[in-house]
Write a protein that binds this ligand. Structure first.
Ligand SMILES: N[C@@H](CCC(=O)N[C@@H](CS)C(=O)NCC(=O)O)C(=O)O
Length: 202
């Protein structure tokens, strides 16, 4: 049986999983979902109801980082997995926990009427964008001069942040982060995983 991936095109967690699976050249059955009408087969496999979900023979992976790690274990042609685990984990935690919250606050201001947008932007800069900029001033990628799975794991979130207010993003003093973002946006890998699929019905 081919691995089945339940996915949602614009979800940054699903994007990182799709990129890792594509990189590892894993042939999957792609099941695009409608987040408001999740297929029963997906909920049976993973009742928590988030994408991505990867169903393997006798194993379900329903955390995007686990899917990335699994893909790289299968095949890692450019050594994406050869990283300092402690530093890698620190970037993932910073991104998936605190930055994701700020990203939601920045992207959906009407859901957080009590928050000031300038403060949210300032916090996002301090937490993520400026530390990234500092690293990217000294190396081409987040963990050195070679791309790793951490760049791929974080890129979809920075993309989403940049798209929430493109004019404002252009004005931010983070040239190296913009260079890094553009490189990923223009990559064959990213564009390959952004092709459109019709919604899967059980
Ligand atoms: N920790 C999960 C988070 C995944 C997640 O939150 N995905 C969102 C879409 S971007 C989702 O499926 N949300 C459920 C919903 O909106 O109903 C992972 O890394 O895979």
């Amino acid at each position: 049986m081919k691995p089945i991936l339940y996915s949602y095109r614009r979800c940054p967690y699903a994007m990182r999983a799709r990129m890792a699976l594509k990189y590892a050249d894993i042939d999957i059955e792609h099941r695009e979902i409608d987040l408001r009408n999740k297929p029963q087969s997906m909920l049976l496999a993973s009742p928590k109801g988030t994408v991505p979900v990867l169903c393997l023979d006798g194993l379900v992976l329903d955390q995007s980082v686990d899917i990335m790690r699994w893909a790289i274990e299968q095949s890692d042609p450019d050594n994406w997995g050869n990283v300092d685990e402690v530093i890698a984990q620190a970037w993932i935690e910073r991104n998936d926990e605190r930055f994701k919250l700020l990203l939601d606050q920045y992207k959906y201001p009407n859901r957080f009427p009590e928050l000031n947008q300038d403060t949210v932007l300032h916090e996002a800069l301090e937490l993520m964008l400026l530390p990234m900029e500092k690293v990217l001033q000294n190396s081409q990628y987040l963990l050195g001069n070679k791309m790793s799975w951490i760049d791929i794991a974080i890129f979809p979130f920075i993309r989403q942040f940049s798209m929430a207010d493109t004019k404002r993003f252009e004005q931010l003093p983070i040239p190296e982060t913009k260079r890094w973002l553009t490189q990923h946006l223009e990559s064959e890998l990213f564009n390959a995983v952004m092709q459109k699929h019709s919604v899967w019905l059980d």
